[in-house]
Design a binder for this molecule. Structure first.
Ligand SMILES: [Fe+2]
Length: 489
């Protein structure tokens, strides 16, 4: 168990800091007892989540939340009940550091140890910690600056780096792939170093094999940008490249981490690139007023032929500093991201309108995967409760925004409850009904829970709450796989 010291609202450390005091502990397949309510009868399938389960090795703490070792949570909803397992992605990097019992490798926000001449040119560690992609015969653990790792779907045993048929050794495969709901094709991208940043674009078969790979560069874009997510909207893919650029030299010399060497340069504006998803060729590029986003909810093309995007928009890049502070257990940098909708003209990539549609501090916007690229009714997200200490808190509630009624509904779990990104799941017997699956750290009860909410009634008690056998560290992203896996053990 993670040690849980006493905390109070007035102490300098908030309750969430308990989650970062020790690594999450792996556990084998275990039945989850029900604490309250009942699992919906038609809920059958598997929830997979990935996140940085270990941020401490030996006496050293990693320098950024993004650097933690990837650990996979699998929750299996079957005829005989709900079971879960939790297992680390056993990359060679993790094994090397485990053997040495210390951090050895540089990462996004962590310098390699030792004198400068030993740090120079060391490759970054692939943490395999950002998201998952269930394929027919394996599960991919994704990390945006490297290749995916393949895991056994049932045991979560690491099988090794996955070769999806990449054209180049240096190709990377982002965590925020999009699956076209009609064809099952997987769209994704990866940004690679060079004299100019190159965006590799992939269209993969539903089983993961790359069917079409293309690339583009943005004329005049100097330095390496930071692009975490993109949008599939109708016949288009859309990239919004925020004005964040990497200072290459100090990074290559091992003087600064990537995170430290990324500069916010608002004078460069945010660059919008629109791609034809069928040809993977650019349609238009424009430079717009600056903003920053990590995540989009989704996108579509409206009746006027405009591309509509939704994102959690930040005024600047300060959230990156917040993620430096999280492994240290204290947030000092407050920055507020809110839900925005942009309308773009496909031919020019110009912004027609940009509107804040909900002013609550939020992150991890999401909707049903089956609505990717199409209009959708409800956006689900993690939010901050509006308390006096909001600037020191992790996401501590979830909410839904209904675009038809423009109403906002919150699941307020009370103080010191910390949900990860909610995953919406469609009831196969009633497609209008959505269940939300949420992994919650309930600090007062010193346990992690799986809560199942009715997506139309977030302000009511969950339909069901189950207890995990151990504390689950906060995770970044997950996926729902409808078919239940056949567990023999
Ligand atoms: Fe993400």
């Amino acid at each position: 168990m993670v040690a849980v010291p006493h905390s109070s609202p007035t102490s300098s450390r908030r309750a969430w800091s308990q989650l970062f005091q020790a690594p999450g502990r792996a556990f084998a397949l275990t039945p989850l007892p029900i604490l309250q309510g009942k699992v919906p009868g038609a809920l059958r399938g598997t929830l997979f989540r990935n996140g940085p389960g270990r941020l401490v090795r030996g006496q050293k703490t990693m320098g950024h939340w993004f650097d933690g070792d990837g650990s996979i949570l699998g929750v299996y909803f079957t005829e005989t009940g709900v079971q879960a397992q939790y297992r680390y992605v056993e990359t060679p990097y993790l094994q090397q550091e485990a053997t040495a019992d210390t951090l050895l490798l540089p990462n996004y926000g962590t310098l390699a140890p030792g004198p400068i001449w030993q740090r120079w040119g060391k490759p970054a560690k692939n943490s395999a910690n950002t998201s998952v992609l269930p394929l027919g015969d394996r599960l991919l653990a994704l990390w945006e600056a490297g290749k995916p790792y393949a895991l056994d779907l049932q045991t979560l045993e690491t099988l090794g780096e996955a070769d999806l048929g990449f054209a180049h050794r240096s190709d990377t495969f982002s965590a925020h792939h999009k699956i076209h709901p009609a064809t099952g094709e997987i769209y994704n991208f990866g940004v690679t170093f060079g004299p100019q940043a190159t965006f590799q674009l992939y269209r993969c078969e539903p089983q993961g094999k790359i069917r079409h790979q293309a690339h583009f560069s943005v004329p005049g874009l100097k330095g390496l940008p930071l692009v975490h997510d993109f949008v599939l909207a109708g016949d288009y893919l859309v990239f919004c490249i925020p004005p964040v650029r990497l200072q290459m030299l100090p990074t290559l010399l091992g003087l600064k981490t990537v995170s430290e060497a990324l500069q916010w340069r608002p004078e460069l504006g945010t660059i919008v690139v629109i791609i034809d998803r069928h040809t993977l060729k650019p349609v238009s590029i424009s430079r717009q007023d600056p903003w920053f986003q990590w995540h989009f909810t989704n996108g579509f093309v409206n009746d006027q032929g405009e591309i509509v995007l939704e994102m959690v928009r930040f005024p600047d890049f300060a959230s990156n500093q917040q993620f430096v502070e999280i492994p240290q257990g204290q947030i000092k940098t407050y920055t507020k991201g809110t839900l925005w909708r942009y309308h773009l003209e496909p031919k020019t990539a110009k912004v027609i309108t940009a509107n804040e549609i909900c002013d609550r501090s939020c992150e991890f916007p999401i909707t049903l995967e089956s609505q990717t690229g199409q209009p959708w009714r409800k956006t689900f997200m993690g939010i901050h409760r509006q308390t006096a200490d909001i600037g020191h808190e992790l996401i501590n509630a979830i909410a839904a925004f209904d675009h038809h009624t423009t109403t906002f509904t919150m699941a307020d779990m009370g103080p010191d409850h910390y949900p990860s990104e909610p995953i919406p799941v469609q009831n196969p017997q009633n497609p209008d009904q959505i269940w939300l699956l949420v992994v919650v750290f309930n600090a007062p009860a010193k346990r992690s829970e799986l809560r199942i909410y009715d997506g139309d009634r977030l302000d009511e008690e969950p339909l069901c709450t189950l207890e995990f056998p151990k504390i689950i560290p906060p995770s970044f992203h997950g996926k729902w796989q409808p078919e239940a896996l056949d567990h023999k053990n």
